[in-house]
Design a binder for this molecule. Structure first.
Ligand code: VGL
Ligand code: ZN
Length: 198
């Protein structure tokens, strides 16, 4: 079966010094680069928000970063402004081997809705198009790495498992935000969905 490496959101804003820095986020870059040669396809995702995105605390009166708001599609965590389209923070980490990528999936570009998963926006309904791309290429096996374990990686992994892909998350090549126990919850959720954690 054709396999792919899905590299999630290895962008400056999720690395030390970035707007939504994940501790040690940059430490996974050399290992990810080294892994790319083992796969038939390499796909990168890129968090890609318009200025004023509804997931930004700054877009809500009295909204505080890492607080929550109720959106039509459920509870949404509010984040510092990050990964604004075209900004340096939205660019891939400078050491990531982007030349090897067959496909770059951008997500989070609709102002009114966030998108953690590479497959569906946070309403769990609006598709990004990645599933169609993978099906067209006959890709059935996915290995996931990147940032952050407990948000975009776990949402992507659980959606992929639900869609019928064989999914492995290389936890050594992921790093977490870990907001109020979100890492443990994500690990449990992935396990329950049948995601292999390596
Ligand atoms: C992410 C929070 C907001 C992620 C993206 O890549 O995990 N987390 N936007
Ligand atoms: Zn985001």
């Amino acid at each position: 079966m054709t396999n792919a490496l899905l590299v999630i959101d290895v962008q400056n804003d999720f690395c030390p010094g970035g707007a939504l820095a994940v501790e040690d986020g940059d430490a996974i870059v050399p290992g990810i680069n080294a892994l790319m040669g083992d796969f038939d396809a390499v796909i990168l995702t890129q968090d890609w928000h318009p200025a004023g995105h509804s997931s930004f605390a700054s877009s809500h009166d009295g909204g505080a970063p890492f607080g929550t708001v109720e959106m039509p599609y459920g509870t949404q965590v509010l984040w510092p402004d990050h990964c604004v389209q075209g900004s340096n923070g939205a660019a891939f980490h400078g050491d990531l081997s982007t030349d090897r990528a067959d496909m770059i999936v951008r997500k989070g570009y609709n102002t009114a809705i966030d998108s953690y998963s590479a497959f569906f926006e946070n309403d769990h309904e609006t598709p990004t198009g990645l599933h169609g791309y993978l099906q067209t290429r006959g890709i059935g096996e996915l290995t996931m790495v990147g940032l952050a374990t407990d948000f975009c990686v776990s949402f992507s992994a659980i959606d992929a498992a639900k869609l019928g892909y064989a999914v492995t998350v290389r936890s050594d090549l992921c790093r977490a935000i870990d907001l109020d126990g979100s890492l443990n919850a994500a690990l449990q959720g992935m396990q329950d969905a049948g995601v292999g954690i390596a």
